[in-house]
Design a protein around this ligand. Structure first.
Ligand code: SF4
Length: 329
């Protein structure tokens, strides 16, 4: 999907064949006896100002993919092209300018904020670390950031435990915005929040995207949340992307049986609306230590054929802008 090492016009991030395998070590010598194939060769791009949703059951590798793209963990193989530069082989020093452009918002606003720091210092800390502002200027910038996310700047000296879950996530967003990033990787940013608060935080993120031209990789297991915020959606299963297209097409015309099953399980708020046949998947996601041969989904697929057990289906563009990996397509 990613043809050249040059930046393709309009694309902020291009990921090609990204893998993250964790070795399993045993014995006194710590000899590698196998691998956890957490991310196993994913390719996609995200355009400037776009939100790509990444969805799948827990354990499918989506959070590992996010952390690997940011190089919080080192990739095993593949390219991570940020505005035309490959981050994959870069060391810490070479990564430094890109650290400002790429930020992450984590799932749990309780554990991702230092409980011993005031929120003013939490939000202003990246400005100090990167030598952008200190003293009065830091306070001024922090005030603006807190206002932007709907937190009263008068609360700057308060500590994280004095805020609700939704407010803490707003504080995390303010911290992520401190360095004027281009790309924000959002790892299940609303799943720890009450449903009533989720929509407020999602709407804030969409408003900020409009105002600041942000680009999001939005990782979630909840399809309704992904549908609300994304422009395009990638569906992950056992370390691989099995389907990728624009949101409307994915929800109307899913091509992969796994996507079909996920969509059939989404509750429909209006009981008078018809739903397609409910597809109930048997069993859990298989272990990424020993993924099934051929198509990784074959142990749970209602349409499985003999060849699915031995032949890996290619991830191909079935119709313009719509990729899927299934022998039926
Ligand atoms: Fe199902 Fe076979 Fe398609 Fe895999 S390749 S999703 S097992 S039909």
């Amino acid at each position: 999907m990613v043809e050249t090492a040059q930046k393709t016009k309009g694309r902020l991030l291009e990921v090609e064949g990204l893998k993250k395998h964790f070795p399993i070590k045993q014995g006194v010598l710590g000899r590698a006896v196998g691998n956890v194939y957490a991310v196993d060769g994913i390719s996609f791009y995200i355009n400037d100002g776009e939100t790509l949703g990444m969805v799948g059951e827990s354990g499918c590798g989506k959070s590992t993919a996010g952390k690997t793209i940011l190089k919080l963990i080192e990739p095993t193989a593949g390219k991570i092209m940020m505005e035309g530069s490959d981050l994959a082989p870069m060391n810490k020093a070479a990564m430094r300018p890109f650290r400002r452009e790429m930020q992450m918002i984590f799932q749990d606003p309780y554990s991702s904020l230092n409980p011993r720091m005031s929120i003013g210092n939490i939000v202003g800390e990246p400005l100090v670390i990167h030598g952008i502002a200190k003293g009065k200027e830091k306070v001024e910038r922090t005030t603006k950031l807190l206002e932007k996310v709907g937190i009263l700047p008068e609360k700057m000296d308060s500590f994280p435990h004095e805020f609700s879950g939704g407010q803490r996530q707003r504080i995390s967003i303010a911290r992520a915005l401190a360095l004027n990033p281009k790309l924000i990787i959002c790892d299940e940013p609303v799943s720890a929040l009450d449903v009533s608060i989720q929509a407020q935080v999602l709407n804030l993120m969409m408003d900020l995207q409009q105002d600041l031209g942000l680009t999001y990789l939005f990782i979630a297991h909840d399809l309704a949340v992904v549908e609300h915020i994304s422009h395009r959606v990638a569906v992950m299963y056992l370390g691989k992307i099995v389907e990728l297209t624009d949101k409307k097409t994915l929800f109307k015309n899913p091509l992969h049986p796994y996507t079909e099953a996920l969509l059939s399980a989404v509750p429909i708020p209006n009981p008078s609306l018809k739903r397609g046949k409910r597809i109930i998947l048997k069993g859990d996601v298989p272990s990424p230590i020993n993924p099934p041969s051929g198509c990784h989904f074959h142990t749970r697929c209602p349409y499985v054929m003999d060849r699915c057990k031995t032949e890996v289906p290619p991830f191909k563009e079935v119709e313009p802008g719509h990729w899927a990996s299934c022998h039926l397509r």
